[in-house]
Design a protein around this ligand. Structure first.
Ligand code: GTP
Ligand code: MG
Length: 195
C-alpha cells in the first residue's frame, strides 16, 4: 500500500467526538505494550505519528488516524496494565464497549497479540466480545521478529486454539521492526472495507 497521506485526527472518549465523515474504520485492540501504536506507524509508514513507548499505558483515548483520505485507523488504549487505576480501567472498558456496540463505520477489528505469548484472559474476553457484537475480526500476531521463523507456526496455532478463533478469522504474522506482514494486512483491510 502506497501511503499518500497520514495524519492524526482526534482523540475521542465519547461518541459525539468521533469523526462524522463516515470513512470506514479499522480499530486495534490488545494488551498494553503489545505494539498497537507501532503497528499503526508501520501501516502508515510514519516513524512516530502514533505515540509509542516502552512504558505501557501511553494510549488513553481512542486515537484516530486518517490514511489516504480513505480510512481511519483507531488506536485503543491497551488493556491489562496493572498500574492503571480501577476507575480508569472501568472507564476504558466502557469507552471501548460503547464504540464496539454503536460504531457503524467499524469494518474490521484487529486483535493484536504478542506472538511469543499465549492469549491472556483479557484477550479472550475481547475476542468473545467481538464475536458477540458480530464484528469482523483479524488476529494480528505481532513482534514476529522476536521468534525464530521455525517456531511461527506453532505459536500461531496455540494462539488460535486458546482464543477459540473461528477458522474464517484471518490471522497475520506481523513485525513493526521488519515490516513483515504489512502488505498482507493491508490486503485484508482493503477487502474488509470493500464489503
Ligand atoms: P499501549 O499504548 O500502552 O497500549 O502500548 P502499544 O500496544 O501501543 O505498544 P507500543 O506500540 O507503544 O509498543 C510497545 C513496545 O514494543 C515499544 O518499545 C516498541 O518498540 C515495541 N514493539 C512494538 N512492536 C514491535 C515489533 O514488532 N517488534 C519488536 N521487536 N518490538 C516491537
Ligand atoms: Mg499505544
Amino acid at each position: 500500500m502506497k501511503i499518500t497521506q497520514a495524519e492524526f485526527m482526534i482523540s475521542a472518549v465519547r461518541p459525539d467526538q468521533y469523526p462524522v465523515d463516515a470513512l470506514p474504520e479499522i480499530a486495534l485492540a490488545g494488551r498494553s505494550n503489545v505494539g498497537k501504536s507501532s503497528l499503526i506507524n508501520k501501516l502508515m509508514m510514519r516513524k512516530n505519528l502514533a505515540r509509542t513507548s516502552s512504558q505501557p499505558g501511553k494510549t488513553q483515548q481512542l486515537n484516530y488516524y486518517r490514511v489516504n483520505d480513505m480510512i481511519y485507523l483507531v488506536d485503543f488504549p491497551g488493556y491489562g496494565y496493572a498500574k492503571v487505576s480501577k476507575k480508569q480501567r472501568e472507564q476504558f472498558g466502557q469507552m471501548i464497549e460503547t464504540y464496539l456496540r454503536t460504531r457503524e463505520p467499524l469494518k474490521l477489528q484487529l486483535l493484536v497479540i504478542d506472538v511469543r505469548h499465549a492469549p491472556s484472559t483479557d484477550d479472550k474476553l475481547m475476542y468473545d466480545w467481538l464475536k458477540h457484537f458480530g464484528i469482523p475480526t483479524c488476529i494480528v500476531c505481532t513482534k514476529a521478529d522476536k521468534v525464530p521463523r521455525s517456531k511461527w507456526e506453532k505459536h500461531i496455532k496455540l494462539i488460535k486454539t486458546e482464543l477459540g478463533a473461528e477458522p474464517s478469522d484471518p490471522v497475520v504474522l506481523f513485525s513493526s521492526e521488519t515490516g513483515g506482514g504489512r502488505e498482507e494486512l493491508w490486503n485484508i483491510i482493503m477487502e474488509a472495507i470493500a464489503q
